[in-house]
Design a binder for this molecule. Structure first.
Ligand code: TUI
Length: 313
């Protein structure tokens, strides 16, 4: 599979690993890049120097291109962007906000910029601001999410922009890959599936929670506070939903979530940790090497296309 995304990023398979805060470390990013995709280090809420150390670590683990995902709501977003202009990773991806003002300096440094978007209007704005590609992320995804499903978002963005579109949200196997390409995408971004990889250093309890998840277990909290987040249902999400229903003060609701990702990732606290994951968690059944996950995402695509063709005859 050779698409414009492969050409743009110098990779073998058109798959980007999602920029999952805490979960997407140098180890995971390097493993995905070594497997022929594009790994991302997630800056999350980390200060610039911590992210710089992660870049150095990834450089020691792979010679292949990799990127950094910048969470635009982070208080450190600006210093992280300035550091990235110095470090020049192959790619900067962004989420949860508008990176437009940083794009000229990144491009000047030779860094490819790929914003994650959840609407047509923001995708068009990003193309006009000089983005090299966009990730169209449907509400099936984990973490901070938009309203629209991958099924309706991807074709509309593919129609509205001429830069490559990378589909995200709900993709965890080659059926999802085939569907994404049918919708007009030229690449996929996959997050949840990579949590359950050998190289992901998240606590095993987090991985087991993803494996145990059933169809309706990846629930959304924070709709009422304006920052909806999808995570696996547990004591934390129930408490969150109770406070939201009672119209508790914003600060009280927000306080619940502080440190939640660290509790899940480091301590393996599956009750009060924030087990961010997408709806495709229910389709993840095992832990395996990133190389195998990448291969599986593409190996079935030709057969699926063949089956569709024969059904249509
Ligand atoms: O960013 C994500 N997913 C994330 S970020 C994150 S860290 C976090 N932790 C706790 C609470 C909130 C966040 C966990 N998961 N996905 C990409 C994404 N970006 N989805 C939606 C957007 C987005 C939203 C608004 C992109 C741009 C935007 O506005 C652009 C503008 O013009 O303002």
């Amino acid at each position: 599979m050779n698409t414009r995304v492969c050409e743009l990023l110098g990779i073998e398979y058109p798959v980007i690993q999602g920029g999952m805060a805490w979960v997407a470390t140098a180890e995971l990013a390097a493993a995905v890049s070594n497997a022929g995709g594009l790994g991302l280090i997630a800056a999350g809420n980390a200060p610039a120097e911590i992210v710089r150390e992660q870049i150095k670590k990834a450089r020691a683990l792979t010679d292949k291109p990799f990127g950094v995902n910048v969470m635009m709501m982070s208080p450190y977003a600006e210093e992280v962007m300035n550091m990235l202009v110095e470090e020049k990773p192959a790619v900067v991806a962004t989420g949860a906000g508008n990176p437009a003002k940083y794009i000229p300096a990144l491009k000047e440094a030779g860094v490819k910029v790929i914003p994650v978007v959840a609407s047509v209007a923001v995708a068009v704005k990003m193309e006009r601001s000089g983005a090299d590609a966009v990730v169209a992320e449907g509400t099936e995804a984990g973490g901070h999410i938009g309203e629209l499903t991958t099924m309706v978002l991807v074709p509309q963005i593919a129609e509205a922009v001429s830069i490559p579109v990378i589909a995200a949200g709900g993709i965890s196997d080659s059926r999802g890959t085939a569907a994404a390409f049918a919708l007009g995408a030229e690449g996929i971004q996959v997050g949840t599936r990579f949590i359950c990889s050998d190289e992901c250093i998240a606590h095993d309890n987090y991985k087991q929670a993803v494996i145990k998840a059933k169809d309706r277990d990846a629930v959304v909290t924070g709709r009422s506070t304006g920052a909806p987040v999808r995570a696996l249902k547990n004591k934390l999400t129930k408490e969150y939903q109770r406070l939201e229903k009672e119209n508790a003060p914003f600060e009280e609701i927000e306080a619940l979530g502080i440190g939640g990702l660290r509790r899940a990732f480091e301590e393996g606290d599956v009750e009060m940790g924030s087990l961010m994951a997408g709806q495709s968690a229910a389709m993840v059944h095992d832990i395996k090497p990133c190389a195998e996950i990448v291969r599986d995402l593409f190996s079935g695509v030709n057969d699926i296309v063949g089956e569709i063709s024969s059904k249509l005859k």
